[in-house]
Write a protein that binds this ligand. Structure first.
Ligand SMILES: *[C@@H]1O[C@H](CO)[C@@H](O)[C@H](O)[C@H]1NC(C)=O
Ligand SMILES: *[C@@H]1O[C@H](CO)[C@@H](O)[C@H](O)[C@H]1NC(C)=O
Ligand SMILES: *[C@@H]1O[C@H](CO)[C@@H](O)[C@H](O)[C@H]1NC(C)=O
Length: 568
């Protein structure tokens, strides 16, 4: 990213003040703590006289740390430089980050990466970690910032660390106004109804109802294939069919689930789910062809290398895309590439991720291909590297369609509309559609959860680059985060306060239903309507004129749709 862009973002959304770290330049060892490992000053520095060399670690999370003072509800930005001193044969690149540890007064702890970088290697030299973060609204006893290192055998240098408060606009008014305007201009179009009446018809006897039957905006959830295919889970399937127009199998399409052991393939559970969802009228995303993170890769794949591995992967992608041909709208190609590099490392091919997209695009050019990652919008540790990755894939012309932002918000962290907008604006600079692919918040209190979801959903729906929103589960019985993220709970899928709030937005506030009486509105009725499928009903003297019912679709991008009605 060009520096001018971040300066512009800051000018629009806030300004930076006072440094919270002491000796972020590592000119002395104080007050950095290096408990149980080695820290020394060295001359190989990023700036100033010295940097700090970190070695003799025994666990990944060891790195220099210091206590800082932060306040609940406030926002901050962090940055720092890091340079690796050793590469490992089996792990060509290493994950590094700056981490925040909060100890709350209730004794619990909270960890959040506040600035990170996709995996790096020695040849990358000094790299900058940069991100912004918000502090949850809980009583804090102590906050500590530290470098989260690579594997213990890799020593590294650190320099020029900084944490400053980010003075964001905190008023509740401005963002609502901005998102409302975006919703009006991007999610709605004009409906013009031109009514002509016979001379015998009196205007007060004619009522016109413009009612939206379906929304076109993609709104959905991850679906558990096990529950979905269980004949006793009628309520689960019904809820999905009634409230969502998109879905994504949570696990069933993952390679590990299709082929846990080499040659033992089972596509049935995945295909049953996809066929069932399509029969219910939903569109379906594919998640995911491969997954970059080592723990997510089956042992038989991890045992392979070279051309045999390449062939195995190519065959898996082609076969899976063959089996699902015509059924899926999207595919996440290689999940979480900002976090894992297993395939590149094993094949010694830094460009292999591009090759994966080429294989998938060639196998089925009609399916839209996505990046899918986290720490990019719900938190901002990797937003800038994600923009760089999206630009790289776009310019490589390998069939990338869109940017998937997962959006798993930390427990008890209230989504901040200003931070969300800042991050979405940044990613939108890639000029690609953005999909919220895995939304959830974590709040034990269901009313708080309702507020959190409303803030997140308005921020997304009210951003012009966002093309669709999917939750990552919605039922406490089948949600990876359990009750604290759930929209519905219990065997009867009873709505929680959060579920009521979410459905009120998508099924009431963001749907159109207006009735006009000709004596009030005249013969030219204008309605600003949400995009979707409509019916127009005419009532004369209180009775529906079934012969005059009209249907139409109001599409995104359409300026005005005109309906002509002749009442005689
Ligand atoms: C919303 O923004 C518009 C345009 O900037 C402004 O005219 C209006 O006063 C704002 N309304 C509120 C309630 O802030
Ligand atoms: C309204 O409908 C009448 C009769 O169908 C037609 O003559 C007239 O041009 C229409 N006006 C507009 C503005 O569409
Ligand atoms: C996928 O389908 C294509 C076209 O029908 C076929 O040529 C290819 O062999 C199939 N690949 C796999 C791995 O099933």
């Amino acid at each position: 990213m060009k520096p001018s862009v971040s300066i512009l973002v800051l000018l629009l959304w806030g300004y930076v003040q006072g440094e919270l770290l002491t000796n972020g330049g590592f000119e002395t060892l104080d007050p950095w703590s290096c408990y149980n490992f080695n820290c020394v000053l060295v001359n190989d520095k990023h700036s100033g006289q010295h940097a700090m060399k970190v070695s003799h670690r025994t666990v990944n999370y060891q790195g220099p740390s210091q206590i800082i003072t932060v306040e609940q509800g406030k926002t901050y930005q962090a940055s720092g430089y890091i340079k690796l001193l050793i590469d490992q044969a089996d792990h060509m690149s290493q994950r590094v980050a700056m981490e925040l540890e909060l100890r709350y007064q209730d004794g619990t702890k909270y960890y959040q990466e506040v600035a990170a970088h996709p995996p790096i290697k020695v040849a990358d030299g000094w790299v900058q970690l940069r991100g912004q973060f918000a502090i949850p609204t809980k009583q804090i006893e102590r906050a500590r910032v530290y470098y989260q290192g690579p594997i213990p055998s890799v020593s590294f240098l650190v320099d020029d660390a900084s944490v400053t408060e980010l003075k964001l606009n905190h008023d509740d008014h401005t963002w609502r106004n901005i998102t409302d305007q975006v919703i009006r201009t991007h999610r709605m179009s004009n409906i013009r109804i031109n009514v002509t009446t016979a001379a015998t018809i009196s205007n007060e006897d004619v009522q016109i109802q413009v009612i939206q039957k379906k929304k076109s905006f993609p709104f959905g959830s991850a679906v558990s294939a096990v529950a979905y295919n269980d004949p006793s889970q009628v309520k689960y399937r019904d809820f999905i069919g009634k409230h969502f127009n998109w879905a994504v199998p949570e696990n069933a399409l993952k390679w590990k689930h299709i082929e846990p052991r080499q040659g033992h393939k089972d596509y049935q559970q995945a295909l049953d789910t996809v066929h069932g969802l399509k029969k219910q009228g939903l569109k379906v995303r594919g998640h995911n062809l491969v997954w970059s993170k080592e723990p997510r890769i089956q042992s038989f794949v991890q045992a392979m290398s070279g051309d045999a591995l390449r062939q195995e992967i190519k065959n898996h992608i082609e076969e899976t895309m063959n089996k699902t041909r015509g059924l899926l709208q999207h595919w996440d190609v290689n999940n979480e590439m900002l976090h894992g590099t297993w395939y590149q490392d094993r094949l010694h091919d830094p460009d292999y991720n591009l090759e994966l997209f080429r294989i998938a695009h060639h196998a089925d050019p009609r399916v839209k291909l996505f990046l899918n990652d986290y720490q990019v919008v719900a938190d901002g540790a990797l937003t800038e590297p994600y923009l760089a990755q999206a630009r790289h894939f776009k310019s490589a012309n390998v069939g990338l369609y869109g940017i998937g932002v997962q959006c798993h918000f930390h427990d008890e962290l209230e989504p901040n509309p200003y931070l969300i907008k800042q991050r979405l604006d940044l990613l939108a600079q890639a000029g690609l559609p953005i999909w919220v692919t895995e939304l959830d918040v974590g709040a034990e209190d269901e009313n708080k959860r309702a507020d959190f979801y409303e803030k997140a959903l308005k921020s997304f729906y009210g951003h012009p680059a966002v093309e669709g929103i999917l939750f990552w589960g919605f039922w406490d019985q089948k949600d990876w985060r359990g009750e604290k993220a759930a929209l519905v709970r219990g065997p009867n899928l009873e709505l929680t306060a959060a579920g009521r709030r979410v459905l009120d937005l998508f099924e009431n506030q963001w749907m159109t239903d207006e009735t006009h009486v000709l004596s009030h509105s005249g013969h030219r009725i204008n309605v600003l309507g949400f995009h979707g499928d409509y019916e127009v009903h005419v009532r004369y003297q209180g009775h529906e004129r079934k012969d005059l019912v009209q249907t139409f679709t109001l599409s995104p991008g359409q300026h005005t749709h005109t309906v002509s009605i002749s009442v005689n």
